[in-house]
Design a binder for this molecule. Structure first.
Ligand SMILES: Nc1nc2c(ncn2[C@@H]2O[C@H](COP(=O)(O)OP(=O)(O)O)[C@@H](O)[C@H]2O)c(=O)[nH]1
Ligand SMILES: [Mg+2]
Ligand SMILES: [Zn+2]
Length: 358
């Protein structure tokens, strides 16, 4: 059954991209009510079926099992099919992108940050928050998401060395990441971000607490929806005012997901580090050994580039550090997935046995 044009308009207002893949997903949902996850609670979800209608719904039972793979649960930005009562999620629709990270604290978990986003806006304050190495970490996470990274430097109105800060991000700019310096409190200044916010597009804001994500959300929205915080004078760090991820349709036509500050940018294990270090990847193609890890191997083109000063040694060391972190996360990730697969199998078997006894 094809949705009516009115139904499509309602979906578009909450970010339905209306491309081939989405149309296929819509056809497969076969008349079920489509909704978008706009918020998440301990055991329930807030979903929107149109811009001004938010329902509280329950997840399918298997999602509530502790060993259920987190990446198969819905995240903010996901599209879900609802049952006839409109109170329960039936299924998760295929995603076109998913941003995730290694969960803080626990070692083996992944945390989904946002789904079906086109651009991830890394929001960094031009104050003590500014840190090129941390920006690189964000980019590694984002390269694995299927969405495009954009760097938004806030507090440009209070910074006297804006251009120097941008110049220091030469490698980032070279890798094709757009960089915008803005005053997040000023509407006009934030207009440079409108191209990412057209109808059918969704962006998510990530960054430290106090960077200006909620300020940016409010400015783009044109009203105070998100609470913002005053920064403590000495360390420019805000308290966590934004406590959960929230999707908001914008007057520009697109949707924006505000998130709480990230204290730690931890890898999930699914990243591919070379994507964020194209210069090193290009050099590695000339190493003598195809599996060269650029340590002490003879004929290593990466080490040779450091020797003749065409590659910055600090950048190389950072690359090795991040690579080792991703590798370690990938190992624990593989273990966790194996355990989850076993747990799923056991759950299936228990269900089958129960049915068999009836
Ligand atoms: N001057 C100035 N202040 C900003 C800017 N962006 C954010 N702020 C201030 O920084 C503080 C933290 O902002 P907030 O949006 O709560 O940060 P969040 O934790 O990333 O959501 C607030 O006091 C904002 O007013 C900016 O571009 N310029
Ligand atoms: Mg906030
Ligand atoms: Zn090498």
């Amino acid at each position: 059954m094809q949705p009516t044009p009115e139904a499509l308009d309602r979906l578009r207002a909450i970010g339905w991209p209306d491309d081939d893949a989405s149309r296929e997903a819509l056809a497969a949902a076969d008349g079920a009510t489509l909704a978008r996850v706009v918020g998440q609670h301990r055991s329930a979800y807030d979903v929107a079926t149109q811009a001004d209608e938010i329902l509280k719904v329950q997840p399918p039972l298997p999602w509530t099992r502790p060993r259920f793979p987190p990446e198969q649960r819905a995240a903010v930005g996901d599209w879900v099919a609802l049952d006839e009562s409109g109170k329960n999620i039936l299924a998760l629709l295929p995603r076109r992108s998913i941003l995730k990270r290694g969960a803080a604290g626990e070692h083996h978990r992944q945390q989904l940050i946002a789904a079906n986003v086109d651009h991830v806006l890394v929001v960094v304050g031009l104050d003590q928050d500014y840190n090129p190495r941390r920006i690189e970490r964000y980019l590694v996470l984002i390269r694995a998401s299927g969405a495009e990274p954009v760097l938004v430097l806030t507090k440009a109105d209070e910074c006297e060395i804006v251009q120097d800060c941008i110049d220091l991000l030469y490698d980032v700019e070279q890798s094709g990441v757009p960089i915008h310096a803005v005053n997040a409190k000023d509407r006009q200044s934030c207009e440079v971000l409108h191209p990412y916010l057209a109808a059918g597009h969704t962006v998510v804001l990530v960054g430290s607490s106090g960077a200006g994500k909620s300020t940016l959300t409010n400015t783009l929205l044109g009203r105070e929806k998100m609470k913002t915080n005053t920064v403590r004078g000495n360390d420019s760090r805000g308290r966590h005012t934004t406590t959960s991820r929230v999707l908001t349709p914008l007057p520009q036509g697109g949707c924006l997901i505000d998130t709480p500050g990230m204290r730690e940018v931890k890898f999930s294990g699914d990243e591919d580090i070379v994507d964020a270090f194209e210069d090193i990847q290009a050099l590695a193609a000339h190493c003598r050994f195809r599996d060269c890890v650029h340590g002490n191997e003879p004929g290593c083109a990466v080490r040779a580039a450091i020797e003749d000063d065409t590659l910055d040694e600090a950048r190389y060391r950072h690359y090795i550090k991040l690579r080792d972190e991703v590798d370690a996360a990938a190992v624990t990730q593989a273990q966790r997935r194996a355990e989850e697969a076993l747990a799923q199998k056991a759950a299936h078997k228990r269900n089958k046995d129960k049915l068999g006894r009836r």
